[in-house]
Design a protein around this ligand. Structure first.
Ligand SMILES: NC(=O)c1ccc[n+]([C@@H]2O[C@H](COP(=O)([O-])OP(=O)(O)OC[C@H]3O[C@@H](n4cnc5c(N)ncnc54)[C@H](OP(=O)(O)O)[C@@H]3O)[C@@H](O)[C@H]2O)c1
Length: 276
């Protein structure tokens, strides 16, 4: 999307409820992309000094007047929804698109709290959104207009990649892959680091090697976006070489693939339990 397309999909008015870790990352992404700060209101029960300072220097409004915006982004903790909803009702009318990033809260849960909302989107971002490298899965209620679809793509696209899903129940699978996935990658770095120490490297050196390898592998995946991960792997595996010897273990019948499948299935099951 070029800058003009992005601007045309900016809301005229946007309210962010909850400027914690994820809310602040989104706010930063929107303003960096060029969303005029004058269009943004932020609701936070106890705004920190840095947030007050940012509001002053960047120009968004803290505790905006009760008027329904084009888009209300819910970024509070899921367990706060019940308590927060009555006060937030004043920011919703039939033209308002609600984008909820609350883990485990279904479109129906949100619709019950905000019956007047024009349309609701359930979004599942992940931690790297905090540095603009997120991956967000999105599912929408009925009644979403093409313009609202474009707005949500721009707003979540401000912190990384977005993937639309036709079926909300697939959000649990998104949680299992990209939502929880960064922790799997961190664990891979941990295991690699431990293996390095077991082979005799000083532990700190092993950790630096592991970290840089995960980082470099990820960067290469991003750089070679047109090459499949399988092809990239084959490209670095010469017959009879060291990588081939390693992959024989990793790719054995009872190797990493079935383990990752079980890992993701456990996360998906838990996500389904949590969203009731
Ligand atoms: N972090 C992630 O990687 C991630 C990934 C996917 C989805 N999410 C979802 O993102 C949401 C936010 O997570 P987070 O990690 O950013 O949590 P967080 O840092 O605790 O942020 C939540 C913020 O909401 C504020 N808040 C509480 N009650 C409010 C109210 N009534 N009105 C407006 N704001 C209110 C909190 O203020 P106080 O601190 O003063 O209570 C806090 O600043 C969660 O629903 C989570 O499921 C997070």
């Amino acid at each position: 999307m070029d800058a003009n397309d992005a601007k045309s999909a900016f809301p005229q008015s946007l309210i962010l409820a909850g400027a914690g870790k994820m809310g602040s990352a989104l706010l930063h992404g929107w303003l960096s992309l060029g969303l005029p700060a004058a269009r943004v209101g932020v609701i936070e029960p106890h705004p920190s000094e840095p947030l007050r300072e940012r509001a002053k220097t960047e120009g968004f409004t803290l505790t905006p007047p009760a008027k329904a915006p084009d888009v209300l982004v819910l970024a509070i903790k899921p367990q706060m929804l019940e308590e927060a909803a009555p006060a937030l009702q004043a920011y919703v009318d039939e033209n308002t698109l609600i984008i909820s990033i609350l883990a485990g809260k279904t479109i129906r849960n949100i619709a019950e709290r905000f019956p007047r909302a024009g349309a609701i989107i359930r979004a599942m971002p992940n931690l790297p959104a905090a540095i603009g490298h997120g991956m967000t899965g999105l599912a929408a209620s009925a009644g979403l207009t093409p313009h609202q679809h474009a707005l949500a793509t721009t707003l979540l696209g401000a912190v990384g990649a977005v993937e639309w899903l036709d079926d909300e129940s697939l959000i649990d699978a998104v949680t299992a892959i990209s939502g929880s996935g960064p922790a799997y990658v961190f664990y891979l770095a941990e295991c690699l680091s431990r293996a390095g120490a077991a082979l005799g490297l000083p532990p700190a050196v092993a950790e630096r090697l592991a970290r840089a390898t995960v980082e470099g592998g990820g960067a290469l995946l991003a750089h070679e976006a047109d090459t499949s991960p399988a092809q990239l792997r084959e490209n670095v595996t010469s017959r009879g070489g060291t990588t081939a010897a390693a992959l024989e273990i990793l790719m054995a019948e009872n190797g990493l693939a079935p383990l990752i499948e079980r890992t993701a299935a456990a996360a998906q099951k838990r996500a389904a339990e949590l969203s009731g």
